[in-house]
Design a protein around this ligand. Structure first.
Ligand code: NZQ
Ligand code: ZN
Length: 388
């Protein structure tokens, strides 16, 4: 294993009924709470009523911050920070998916900072030497794993940049995770969130070291769990066992545990984020289009790991295949799974224009953790192969 330091500042309360059981206690020190949520799904599935009921009974002043969009923008962060400051908010409670949680992490920082947080913390890494506003989250959809890390992916619309930073100080102090809250997620979103989980694991697994390490073993188990439980959740969206496994898979993929000792790639995420900045495409859908094509570009540089992936995740036997043939069979199995899920397979389906590809490719960050360091020309070639 490579050297590492591990810490995770989020306390998780997991399982059916956890919000009812713990929310009042977890918010006891706050008088005024910024209740943040997205486009309104929580008003249709009973989550809003349950949460506001608990907070009102405890005598809290609730300030609502609603309408957080998928791929949250820097303008939305500033709106939330102003609300928090104007109303002397003591705590932020983010109820939703990655977009709401990420936006609120940035709000928790912006509300306490005099300068421009984009310039000082997102455009380049900064040092947080002050306390952000306390943040707790209630997770309503599995996918990003944002509940257990300090990562926040924000889109600057004018600059056409979608980028994430992971500051440990932005880890939510608590995460309430009731799998039954995810029953109402539309099937398409459940699938794209499920693919995002798989992507986080693959982006970590397909990176150095290749020598025996516990992180890779955990990841093989996690990938099989995502595949199995996503299939089960599609069959029956109210399968508690499957939804709870999927929800915890999502956290495990991004709570830093599997990254220990790993270099981590995340080039597909870099590419997807810029596609998102230009097209506002769905995160998991963008990843689904890119992964198989990207892997066909890099597998030769990480052959032993791609062979392991074919054998241990997809159960493909060597049976007279060369290592290269076996590695490619694993990537084909991934591509078949994407088709089985009904995810998009071309950039055209995501709404990208062919004429934009050059500019988008040039704007992508280059990962230093890839088996094969990309050039902007190769990223463009991948985009072109994915186009239609
Ligand atoms: O906005 P509402 O009305 O709540 O509807 C949302 C939204 O339309 C809906 N939804 C969520 N829970 C629901 C529900 N609908 C019905 N019932 C429920 N229980 O789902 C839709 C998608 O929500 P969103 O939060 O946008 O999705 P997701 O969790 O996939 O988050 C995506 C964002 O997170 C970033 C992505 O780039 C993207 O901006 N990421 C954040 C990461 C992190 N912080 O660690 C890592 C990821 O790689 C990712 O980049
Ligand atoms: Zn992701």
């Amino acid at each position: 294993m490579n050297n590492f330091i591990f810490q995770n500042g989020t306390k998780v309360y997991f399982g059916k009924g956890c919000v009812k059981e713990y929310l009042a206690c977890l918010t006891r020190k706050a008088d005024t709470i910024l209740l943040a949520y997205g486009g309104g799904s929580i008003k249709h599935n009973g989550v809003y009523d349950e949460i506001t009921g608990i907070l009102k009974e405890a005598g809290k002043t609730i300030v609502e911050f609603s309408g957080i969009m998928s791929n949250p923008t820097y303008a939305k962060v500033q709106e939330g920070a102003k609300l928090a400051r104007d109303n002397h908010v003591d705590m932020i409670l983010a109820v939703g998916g990655g977009s709401t949680m990420d936006c609120c992490k940035a709000v928790s920082l912006a509300a306490q900072y005099g300068g421009d947080i984009w310039d000082d913390f997102w455009a380049r890494p900064g040092v947080i030497d002050f306390a952000p506003l306390p943040l707790g989250v209630v997770v309503t959809v599995a996918g990003t794993g944002s509940e257990c890390n300090g990562g926040a992916v924000i889109t600057h619309e004018e600059k056409k940049i979608k980028t994430g930073r992971d500051y440990p100080q932005l880890n939510p102090s608590f995460a309430l995770m009731d799998p039954t809250y995810t029953y109402s997620v539309p099937v398409k979103q459940m699938i794209s969130g499920g693919f995002d989980i798989l992507s986080h694991i693959m982006e970590t697994y397909f990176s150095e070291p290749n020598e025996d390490n516990v992180s890779d073993d955990i990841m093989e188990a996690l990938m099989k769990s995502v595949i199995r439980n996503l299939r089960a959740s599609i069959k029956n969206p109210e399968d508690y066992v499957a939804r709870s496994n999927l929800m915890w898979d999502s956290t495990m993929a991004e709570n830093r545990v599997i990254k220990m000792g790993k270099k981590c790639d995340f080039e597909c995420h870099n590419m997807e984020h810029q596609l998102g900045a230009y097209t506002n495409c769905n995160h998991g859908c963008g990843l689904a289009v890119l992964h198989p094509v990207y892997y066909r570009h890099i597998y030769k540089a990480g052959l032993p790991k791609f062979v392991r992936f074919a054998q241990n995740v997809w159960g493909i036997a060597q049976e007279g295949k060369t290592d290269e043939e076996l590695a490619l069979a694993g990537i084909d199995a991934l591509a078949d799974f994407i088709k089985e899920l009904g995810l998009p397979t071309t950039l055209k389906e995501l709404g990208a224009e062919k004429s934009q590809l050059n500019e988008i490719a040039d704007s992508c960050s280059i990962s230093q953790g890839s088996y094969k360091t990309m050039t902007h020309e190769e990223i463009l070639a991948i985009f072109q192969e994915c186009y239609e």
